[in-house]
Design a protein around this ligand. Sequence first.
Ligand SMILES: NC(=O)c1ccc[n+]([C@@H]2O[C@H](COP(=O)([O-])OP(=O)(O)OC[C@H]3O[C@@H](n4cnc5c(N)ncnc54)[C@H](OP(=O)(O)O)[C@@H]3O)[C@@H](O)[C@H]2O)c1
Length: 242
Amino acid sequence: MAATTLRTVWITGGGSGMGRASALTAAADGWAVALSGRRRDALESVAGEITAAGGTALVVPLDVQDRAAITAAAEIVTMHFGRLDALVLAAGLNTPQRRWDDQDLGEFEAIVATNLTAVAATLDAALPALRESRGVVVAISSYAGWTFQPGAGVAYSASKTAISSLLRSLNQQEAIHGVRACHLCPGDVATDFLQQRPEVPDAAARAVMLTPEDIARSVQFVLEAPSHVRIDELVISPVSSA
Ligand SMILES: NC(=O)c1ccc[n+]([C@@H]2O[C@H](COP(=O)([O-])OP(=O)(O)OC[C@H]3O[C@@H](n4cnc5c(N)ncnc54)[C@H](OP(=O)(O)O)[C@@H]3O)[C@@H](O)[C@H]2O)c1
C-alpha cells in the first residue's frame, strides 16, 4: 500500500478501555489507527466504530507476551500505512492475588511480561519508524508507577514503576532522532480492568472514577504536541481521590 498522508498511531490494548477511547479520539482527529490486542472481535468492533464515522483503522491481533508476534505486527502496521507517527501502549495485566502472602510467581512473570517487557519489545519494534517520523510514544502506566500504592500489587507496582525508567532512557537516548515518550499515570479509571481487583468496585465507586475518555483526551494532547515538545509525565487523578 502507498504511504497514507494521515498521521498514524498504533495502539496496544486498543480493543477496550483507555486504548479503545484513545483510538476513537485519535481517529476523530483525523489519525489513521492500528489496533492490537488478543481479542479480534473487540478490535474489529472498535475498527467498525471508526470506519462508520469515516475514519481509517487497521486490526492487527497480537499477544504482547509473544515477542516474535510484536515484530511481525510492527511490520504489518508500517507496511500497511507506510509510516508510524505515534505509539500508545495500553495493554496491561494485574491479578487479584497481588500480595506477598498470596501471589503466584507464574502470574508475577506474566504481569511483568505484559506491563514491562512488552512495552520494551513494542518500542524496540516501532523505533525505526518512529525515528523516521520523529514520533511520539504514550505509555499508559499507572498512579502506582508514579508513587507507591499499597493495594496495587507486588508485580504490578514493580512493572509499572520500571516503565518510568525505561522511558527516561528512551527520551535521553532517542532525543537525537526526535523521538519523545510520555509516562502517563492515571488514578482509578472505570474500565474492565477493575475486575482484576481482589474487591471489585461497585457502581457507586466507579461513578466517581475517571473515565476512559478523560484519559483519551490527555493521550490526544500528547499526540498533538508540536514535534519539538516532549511531555515527560502526566499524572491524572479523579478529584474524588484523597
Ligand atoms: N483502570 C484503571 O483503574 C487503571 C489505572 C491505571 C492504569 N491502568 C492501566 O491502563 C491500561 C489500560 O487498561 P484499562 O483500564 O483500559 O483496562 P482494559 O479495558 O482491561 O484494557 C487492558 C487491555 O490490555 C489488553 N491486553 C492484556 N493482555 C494483553 C496481551 N497479552 N496482549 C495484548 N493485549 C493485552 C486487553 O486486550 P485483550 O484482552 O483483548 O488482549 C485490553 O484491551 C493498562 O495498562 C492498565 O494497567 C488502569
